[in-house]
Design a protein around this ligand. Structure first.
Ligand code: G1P
Ligand code: ZN
Length: 544
């Protein structure tokens, strides 16, 4: 096999965001753009010789083409083995599972998660390290620094490999193995959950299910696990065939984008459980009949009940949530006498806490929940968790959540996104909020007196690393909060996220409409940030 060293020149914009490098396909298609980034990763790794790497992606447009390039660069950089999901597919949590199971050195995951796919849409790439989790910030910063002065990359002169045929191809010293993308992940799920119990309930029809794969990666996983292994009736998984453009949709599991599912769940013959996952399979949305489970509540419910499930019967070590996620899980942790950690947005911050055995469960308000079984959030895992819980409790989703609120109180919670704001205006809005931080504490706005206002700063308790400017937090004396931050995953303009939450102990008042229950706080958040004036938008683009 021949390898070539080719000269290249740097691109200035290869700084990974909240979750890897995400850009329009057109950007990735510029000459050497992908090559530069991948070689930069190998340059930072430094020691890939003889190591095993895992490759796979969410199947979006450009997935296969990019994989062929990565294979050739990896081979030229001396890897010993590549494990690749058949068809170039691996869901993000399955990639994490495979890296861990086969003790790989790391892996490349090709995905732009919930962003749309297609020639005019988004593509993404991220590197995960040997614990199966996203590379930490010092690594991604080093890759970015390298990408700014890269001058050459190495590439093997090989024909394209057959991504569809399971088996091993040996190219000189390098073994390239195409693996079943579902098998290892399905086996892991079987250890965590009571498959016989779930299966019995599904086959008897005492639990019915609709899982919306949104034409994305979880289709094959959900079909195999829910329908074939557990016996959910055929057709329980909808939009199950992954498509390069996700059928033209936006593969983001929320009430706006998973509207087919939402309509079914609000219809007359809704199944017991409705669920959806995103482009790369790490997000989840959970619904009951005429009932939507807020992701923050889902995390709290899972934490309160985990000990009932086979994989968690030893109890939880601790829990963690991203800063903007509601404080519902904190109440559970306090009641259980376990630690709760508040981390910046993005899954990568949970890795150290999981590796250091400080936590067992973690989650984000953005439809992400997971545990120590892998180092990514895991959409189908959350769905199986709920299925197992329903099978044990023999209650509906809404009964389970309402019981939870009666016990712990309810955290009304909502996120308002303002998308496509001109970057300079969005930065100005945040700067303006920052300038108010010193004078806000002690001020009263109607029922709300500010107890603290800051720009969230995280000190990782395991390695002491510090992450600054992770979002503006305004906390009130009654426990309510408003959080403002700019998205780190978008590819066009800026997105402002406003998160509001209010705690209600009294079960008599748990039946309010969320937006109504939060109306005062939402108005306050708008006034403090002057979002409408500053963004030029007169209402949020997405409310979850
Ligand atoms: C968003 C979510 C965040 C999640 C990330 C990757 O990031 O808010 O919780 O970890 O996607 O799925 P953001 O766009 O807010 O930076
Ligand atoms: Zn995702």
């Amino acid at each position: 096999m021949k390898t070539a060293t080719r000269t290249t020149s740097p691109y200035p914009d290869q700084k990974p965001g909240t979750s890897g490098l995400r850009k329009k396909v057109k950007v990735f298609r510029q000459p050497n753009y992908l090559e530069n980034f991948v070689q930069s990763v190998f340059d930072v790794l430094g020691d890939a010789a003889g190591k095993t790497l895992v490759l796979g992606g969410d199947g979006r447009y450009f997935n296969r083409e990019a994989l062929q390039t990565i294979v050739k660069i990896a081979v030229a950089n001396g890897v010993g083995k590549l494990l690749i999901g058949q068809g170039g597919l691996l869901s993000t949590p399955a990639a994490s599972c495979v890296i861990r199971k086969y003790k790989a050195h790391g892996g490349f995951i090709l995905s732009a998660s919930h962003n749309p796919g297609g020639p005019e849409e988004d593509f993404g790439i991220k590197y995960n390290v040997s614990n199966g989790g996203p590379a930490p910030e010092n690594f991604t910063n080093a890759v970015y620094a390298r990408s700014l002065d890269i001058a050459e990359y190495r590439i093997a002169e090989l024909p394209d490999i057959d991504l569809d045929k399971i088996g091993v191809t040996q190219i000189d010293a390098v073994a390239i193995e195409i693996i079943d993308p579902v098998a290892d992940y399905a086996e892991l799920m079987g250890h965590l959950f009571d498959f016989p119990l779930i299966s019995q309930a599904l086959k008897a029809g005492s639990i019915t299910l609709c899982f919306d794969a949104m034409h994305a990666i979880t289709g094959p996983y959900a079909r195999r696990i829910l329908e074939e292994k557990l016996g959910a009736s055929a057709g329980s998984v909808i939009n199950a065939i992954p498509k390069e453009d996700f059928g033209g949709g936006h593969p983001d599991p929320n009430l706006v984008h998973a509207h087919v599912l939402a309509e079914r769940m609000y219809g007359s013959s809704a199944p017991t459980l409705g669920a959806a996952s995103d482009g790369d399979g790490d997000r989840n949305m959970v619904m009951g009949s005429r009932f939507f489970v807020t992701p923050s509540d889902s995390l709290a419910v899972l934490a309160a009940n985990a000990h009932l499930l086979p994989g968690y019967k030893a109890g939880l070590r601790g829990v963690a949530r991203s800063m903007p996620t509601s404080q519902a899980v904190d109440r559970v942790a306090r009641a259980m006498g376990i630690d709760v950690y508040e981390t910046p947005t993005g899954w990568k911050f949970f890795g150290n806490l999981l590796d250091d055995k400080r936590i067992t469960l973690c989650g984000e308000e953005s439809f992400g929940t997971g545990s120590d079984h892998v180092r990514e959030k895991d959409g189908l895992w959350a769905v199986l968790f709920w299925l197992n819980l329903i099978a044990i409790k023999k209650q509906s989703v809404s009964e389970i959540v309402r019981d939870h609120w009666r016990r712990f109180g309810r955290d009304y919670y909502s996120r308002h996104d303002y998308e496509g704001i001109e970057t300079a205006r969005a930065d100005g809005l945040i700067e303006n909020l920052r300038s108010q931080l010193a004078e806000l504490p002690g001020k009263t706005f109607g029922d709300y007196t500010v107890s603290y206002a800051d720009d969230f700063r995280y000190v990782d308790p395991v390695d002491g690393s510090v992450s600054e400017k992770q979002g503006i937090r305004i906390g009130f004396e009654n426990g309510s909060r408003i959080v403002f931050r700019l998205s780190g995953t978008g590819t066009e303009g800026a997105t402002l996220r406003i998160y509001v939450e209010r705690y209600e102990r009294d079960p008599e008042r748990h039946g309010q409409d969320t937006q109504e229950a939060l109306a005062d706080l939402i108005a306050l958040a708008r006034n403090l940030s002057q979002v409408h004036e500053r963004s030029g938008l007169d209402k949020p683009t997405v409310i979850t």
